[in-house]
Design a protein around this ligand. Structure first.
Ligand code: MG
Length: 411
């Protein structure tokens, strides 16, 4: 029977769910590993916010490990809910499993938030597993690598020279060799703020913001790039004034000067200034980024790979951005496991700019979290050639950050 008519015959005989099941069990390209998912378990870590760690187990002893963040608080029960759709399935059909779980949740919040974050953690575990099963690093499964090492920027968590230990902290970042650095200039508790709820920045507040950026800019060599985050805490007029005032600093980017929900407002800021505008850490899936790109609302996008849908979804978002000549600087606040997962995407996309690192205040946990030890060298991460993500959790060290009262990959 010709292939096309055989397919339609199968489709008619089995119905679409039956056909999907037949593809799942019957296709077996040469030497393709045959695996079945036997369990999915989670653990919760508190480091820079909450992180949900996800493990996918198989009938052949291979285990994949992924991580979700930020919108991860309700992730454990969501992943438990995914189990029914995963047990007995072939974990190598990563995108099929992702698509099923995503569409299954359309009426349960699968457009954004915790649902998509939990799905991201699971998807990353599936890629780790797939890489281990076929003996290839994840970047290879995402299209191969365009670069051997990933440039990181350090979120300094340091902003004013009079803050205790500020100069020492910046010196520490300098000694670590980073070539890009970020600071937060928003401050809801600024004493010069006239109203704790209203989002208008006073002149005095803007002066403080400029002082923060000046301190950082003057503390580093000109070759070190400086980025600034406003955490979407200001109204449109304030955002425009700050973006204009920051123009002389030639920033790498100004992040979320207004909240992320109204893309037109973000575009208005971008159109008003020469300062490059970056946004996207609170957007989900390709759909969330489509509007930003179509409306030319950002110079740079910053998907959070552990939150916006996972590795392949981020690759797809990056590819969409590339058609608008928009580079990608992913948001990243996760452990070395999630950070390395991000590195595989960053290695595979043409328009990668720089990747965030946010654990300067948690160096001890960071350096011991995976058995490979410190993965950042002089501000760069070398993309590993080991199968899967290429890093494994050091259980003893990681458990020091376990959220009290939560289970640890319990069956
Ligand atoms: Mg941010």
């Amino acid at each position: 029977m010709p292939r096309a008519s055989r397919r339609s015959f199968l489709g008619a005989a089995l119905g679409l769910p039956g056909l999907a099941a037949a593809i799942q069990t019957q296709t077996s390209p040469y030497r393709r590993p045959k695996l079945k998912i036997t369990d999915v378990r989670t653990a919760m870590i508190r480091a820079h916010g909450l992180q949900l760690h996800v493990r996918v187990y198989t009938d052949q002893g291979l285990v994949g490990h992924g991580e979700a963040t930020d919108a991860a608080a309700g992730g454990a029960p969501l992943v438990t809910g995914f189990r029914r759709g995963l047990i007995g399935q072939d974990p190598l059909n990563v995108d099929l499993l992702w698509e099923r779980l995503r569409t299954m949740g359309i009426f349960a919040g699968a457009q954004a938030g915790q649902y998509v974050a939990a799905l991201s953690g699971l998807e990353i575990a599936l890629w780790d597993l797939a890489g281990k099963a076929v003996g290839l690093p994840v970047y290879q499964l995402l299209g191969g690598k365009m670069r051997d090492r990933i440039r990181m920027y350090c979120d300094s968590q340091t902003n004013l020279p009079e803050n205790p230990g500020a100069k020492e902290k910046l010196q520490q970042i300098k000694d670590l060799g980073f070539t890009a650095i970020k600071t937060d200039i928003d401050d809801a508790r600024d004493p010069m703020r006239w109203d704790p709820v209203n989002w208008t920045a006073s002149n005095a507040e803007i002066d403080t913001m400029l002082r923060k950026v000046t301190f950082l800019r003057e503390s580093f060599d000109k070759r070190v790039d400086v980025a600034v985050d406003m955490h979407g805490r200001y109204d449109l007029g304030s955002a425009k004034r700050v973006a204009a005032a920051l123009e002389p600093f030639r920033l790498l980017f100004l992040e979320e000067p207004v909240p992320p929900e109204n893309i037109d407002a973000m575009r208005d800021v971008r159109e008003s200034t020469k300062t490059p505008i970056c946004c996207g850490e609170n957007l989900f899936l390709r759909h969330g980024f489509r509007e930003v790109l179509e409306k030319r609302a950002a110079d740079i996008i910053m998907p959070d790979i552990q939150k916006c849908g996972g590795l392949l979804e981020s690759r797809k978002i990056a590819d969409m951005a590339h058609t608008y000549y928009v580079p990608v600087a992913p948001h990243c606040v996760v452990s070395p496991i999630g950070t390395m997962a991000s590195c595989h995407v960053c290695a595979a996309i043409p328009n990668f700019l720089v990747l965030e690192w946010h654990w300067i205040q948690r160096l001890e946990v960071w350096r011991n979290f995976v058995t490979e030890g410190e993965i950042i060298e002089k501000g760069f991460i070398a993309v590993p050639d080991r199968p899967g993500l290429g890093v494994e959790m050091n259980e003893e060290a990681a458990r020091k950050a376990q959220v009290p009262g939560t289970s640890w990959f319990a069956a």
